[in-house]
Design a protein. Structure first.
Length: 403
């Protein structure tokens, strides 16, 4: 073997030996079967479960105030291993929920150690659901401080608000579903619905909390073991508390104003016979222009979209002519205007909270003006004039014939 080949071979062997310690793998001495992996978390106003009440009646009590109830959703490892091993499914659910009531997140999570033989770990936490009433009473900083400090919790986990019990969003009727995975998976449907907001992770939220920014969180509702993303929750910057809720139409109006939707539809009605016309969104963008004239501040929002005429009950398979196309575009534009007007009215006049980034755009486009008024921006925001222009173009018709 030539000398240079021997040198290359020796170098390769040396590199492999050096690289071995840096290879990824499971270095922990703890087997996964010996851990209680929690993937979901719910925070509710204090409401002891029947089990907690019974344990307390038998002496399970310690110094605490009943401020909140903390629910963990834990993977049933035995059930999951049966599924992955190809064994026949059991009647057991692949998860179970456990709750504790008290006043310290850290203490509550340690209390679970007195009820479970396996320690709980949060490396795979997918979602934190916070009850609407709790978020009105306590700031996001107070509610999430422990989780922002805990190195075991992934900063990528989602934060949601629930109108109603957070614990109920962690229950599924279908025994094959893990509710926390369902909630995190719903975010992936943004390309199909404008009612699903841009996801807010724990890491994103931390920046907004420390910056005292206002923002929107996705609202989730639950009934009979089912859940639905429905509207948004307005969090006010200075207090970091829930200011109020937006309904589904107001939330969609916010998505149009920010231009951050990935897909969805706009349904309008024909002026004469009121039959539905449906525009499928293929693209959308929004631009906020801040205008300053002396002491006067105003904004103009330009919204542009391209889409497909996906459904109409009018032409009876007749070819679509330019006049009908124009009518469908105008009808869609009117509907988007109605939605954006609803959103602005609620945010400005009722909540007085800028969650759409108007102040941010003012700071970028007119930094000197922003420095003068930033401390009283949300006091001014309700009276700031905002105009909106909307341009929607139908560029596709599917398989429908056009003239």
């Amino acid at each position: 073997m030539p000398i240079r080949h021997k040198v290359k071979r020796s170098l390769l062997i040396a590199l492999c030996v050096i690289a071995l310690p840096f290879q990824t793998g499971c270095w922990s001495k703890d087997e996964i079967e010996d851990q209680s992996i929690y993937v979901g978390m719910g925070l509710d106003p204090a409401s002891e479960t029947e089990l907690e009440k019974e344990l307390r009646s038998k002496g399970s009590d310690y110094l605490k105030r009943k401020l909140l109830t903390y629910t963990l959703q834990i993977i049933n490892v035995q059930t999951e291993s049966q599924h992955s091993g190809g064994q026949s499914p059991t009647s057991q659910k692949p998860y179970y929920n456990i709750s504790e009531t008290g006043d310290s997140m850290f203490q509550l999570i340690r209390e679970f150690s007195t009820r479970m033989e396996r320690p709980v770990i949060g490396h795979h936490l997918k979602v934190i659901v916070i009850n609407e009433k709790l978020s009105r009473k306590y700031s996001m900083n107070e509610l999430l401080d422990f989780f922002l400090r805990d190195n075991d919790i992934r900063p990528s986990c989602l934060v949601l608000i629930s109108k109603g019990s957070a614990r109920s969003t962690l229950i599924a009727k279908d025994k094959s579903i893990i509710p926390s995975f369902r909630l995190s998976g719903l975010v992936d449907n943004r390309y199909r619905s404008l009612n699903i907001l841009e996801p807010m992770s724990l890491s994103k939220l931390e920046g907004k909390i420390h910056g005292e920014q206002s923002y929107l969180l996705q609202n989730v509702i639950a009934a009979d073991g089912e859940v639905k993303f429905s509207g948004g929750a307005v969090i006010k910057g200075k207090t970091q508390k829930l200011q109020g809720l937006l309904n589904e139409e107001e939330t969609i109006g916010c998505v149009w104003l920010t231009g951050k939707g990935e897909g969805g539809l706009v349904k309008s009605y024909h002026e004469d016979n009121h039959q539905p016309i449906v525009y499928e969104v293929k693209s959308m963008k929004s631009k906020i222009d801040a205008k300053v004239a002396g002491d006067e501040i105003s904004f103009h929002v330009s919204i542009k979209s391209k889409g497909r005429l996906i459904e109409e009950w009018l032409n009876n398979n007749e070819p679509i002519d330019p006049a009908f196309k124009k009518q469908a575009e105008v009808g869609s534009q009117k509907e988007v205007r109605r939605l954006t007007n609803m959103a602005l009215k609620k945010l400005q006049k009722q909540y007085g909270t800028d969650v759409l980034g108007f102040g941010k755009q003012l700071s970028i486009q007119h930094p000197r003006k922003w420095e003068k008024i930033k401390d009283r921006w949300e006091e001014m925001f309700p009276d700031i004039p905002i105009t909106v222009s909307i341009d929607m173009e139908i560029t596709e018709y599917g398989a429908k014939i056009t003239r």
